[in-house]
Design a protein around this ligand. Structure first.
Ligand code: AMP
Ligand code: MG
Length: 484
């Protein structure tokens, strides 16, 4: 077995993109303790979980003793946060360790969050509390099991020190995560703002090589890159909408070029279906509400297109014309992915014109606000002839009857529905209670259970009923805090 110090990292980001990072070392972790290790992911990466558990393995996972092949850097990026542009964000408390080329041939970044202050830290302490790092682990792994492109979580390591947050001292931790890259819309904004077209071109070439190599042979590779990212994001946001995921902080620095979901902060899953649902305490205006996500994604992609303009044509008007045309394709792409996904969730065959059924459904759900996850899951019972369970989700069940009749007349396939409509999602109250036990009492068992349930979201299992239930009418409204 390869010792932790012998793991071979590649560094194409560092090699190609001088000017877009600062070499930096992780802060010491006085008493590192492995809290969670994703053994399946370790295997996929070609890493031996037993090696990651050794003191040298913990040196790697905390960034305090990385192999010689690795070069730890803080990545630079800019970004629009809640619509306001910040020219210099960057990894304030994170480091890229390097890239692993796994046995499956895929290149993935290993990235550490909570590794100490960097030159991009501004006022922050560079640290991360255990609770939010466990939260990112649970939700990103749940997203992966739901089939949504996402960064993945390899490990959470407690550092042995405390970090100060609003609620008082909390145990400090790092999250080791993987991603097909950490290139963000904000990375391109940063590169464009240098005013050096060569930096921007190197970044775009790197992104093409990594994510969309077939763009390289086309007449307009950078316009083609823009198109691919628009398409990947349209598909991603449609998936979020299908499962009721609210990202909560869709700033341009939290949107990837790869089309993977990234940076799980104040995110949440819908209980009641509500286009206006907002869970983040800092999102006062509801900018990142559930129903606003497609529009925000398009707004962010417009910022990406702006950053690319110098590469699209020598004449700026021409560049704007080209970019606008691609950007306008977002709506069609998104709507097609959204409607096709809902058609599948409703068990209707390919080629079936589901538009009228979907339009009426959108109105019904927005007005009556049944539990999002259970609504789709229980529809399969209705397709089998028992409408009782789905009707029970409505305050006034008769409001659903006309829609149920018209949908059933289309002959939905109940078994196909069970394969695509999850029964278990990381419901906010379940996640909070499991994290509470882990952080306050050091009891990891509830969290391990939850992870295990969420790993098989479509498989209904006896004895797991409580994992499928909403919080209940007496539960206080759920709010997430950005104090991560
Ligand atoms: P986020 O909201 O987590 O996506 O982070 C936005 C920006 O704030 C990024 O530049 C982060 O690196 C930075 N940041 C967040 N928390 C901290 C912290 N505790 N210390 C330093 N920088 C931070
Ligand atoms: Mg971020």
């Amino acid at each position: 077995m390869t010792a932790a110090t012998e793991i071979a990292f590649e560094n194409t980001f560092v090699r190609d993109l001088e000017g877009l990072y600062q070499p930096w070392d992780a802060a010491p972790a006085p008493e590192p303790r492995l809290v969670l290790l994703n053994e399946a992911l370790a295997h996929q990466l070609g890493l031996d979980p037993a090696v990651l558990r050794t003191p040298e393995g913990l040196g790697l996972l905390t960034g305090t003793a990385v192999p010689e092949s690795a070069t730890t850097v803080a990545q630079a990026y800019a970004g629009h946060q809640f619509g306001n542009y910040s020219p210099r964000l960057g990894d304030g408390r994170a480091l890229l360790v390097g890239e692993l080329v796994a046995p499956d041939g895929q290149r993935r970044d290993l990235h550490l969050k909570g590794s100490g202050r960097t030159p991009f830290a501004r006022g922050g302490d560079g640290k991360a509390p255990l609770g939010p790092m466990l939260r990112e682990y649970v939700i990103s792994e749940a997203m992966h099991a739901l089939g949504v492109p996402t960064t993945r979580s390899l490990a959470v390591v407690a550092t042995g020190e405390h970090v100060m947050r609003e609620r008082g001292p909390e145990p400090g931790a790092l999250l080791a995560r993987t991603a097909s890259s950490h290139l963000r819309v904000g990375t391109f904004q940063f590169a464009a703002a240098t005013g050096d077209t060569d930096v921007l071109r190197r970044l775009a070439d790197h992104a093409i090589a990594r994510h969309h190599p077939s763009c390289a042979g086309t007449d307009q590779p950078y316009l083609e890159l823009f198109r691919r990212v628009v398409e990947a994001q349209a598909a991603l946001i449609a998936q979020w909408m299908h499962i009721g995921f609210v990202h909560g902080v869709m700033n341009t620095d939290n949107m990837t070029i790869s089309g993977e979901t990234i940076d799980y902060g104040p995110c949440a899953f819908l209980d009641a279906h509500d286009p206006g649902a907002v869970y983040s305490s800092i999102d006062q205006g509801g900018r990142y509400a559930y129903g606003n996500q497609p529009g925000i994604a398009q707004w962010n992609l417009a910022r990406f297109g702006e950053a690319l303009l110098p590469l699209l044509a020598d004449d700026q008007d021409e560049a704007i014309r080209l970019a606008t045309e691609v950007l306008e394709g977002f709506a069609d792409r998104y709507l097609a992915a959204r409607d096709d996904g809902y058609r599948v969730k409703l068990g209707l065959p390919e080629g079936f014109d589901a538009k009228p059924v979907l339009e009426d459904l959108a109105t019904l759900l927005a007005q009556q606000k049944p539990d999002h996850t259970l609504f789709f899951r229980r529809l399969a019972s209705a397709a089998r002839g028992d409408e009782g369970p789905v009707r029970a989700l409505f305050d006034d069940p008769s409001t659903a009857d006309d829609w149920l009749a018209s949908w059933r007349a289309a002959g939905p396939d109940a078994d196909a529905m069970d394969r695509v409509n999850p029964i278990y999602v990381p419901r906010n109250h379940l996640v909070e209670s499991a994290l509470g036990a882990a952080v306050a009492d050091g009891d990891l068992e509830p969290l391990q259970w939850l992870l295990q349930v969420l790993a098989h979201p479509y498989e209904e299992r006896a004895g797991y009923e409580r994992f499928a239930q909403p919080a209940g009418p007496d539960a206080p409204p759920f709010t997430t805090f950005c104090g991560t």
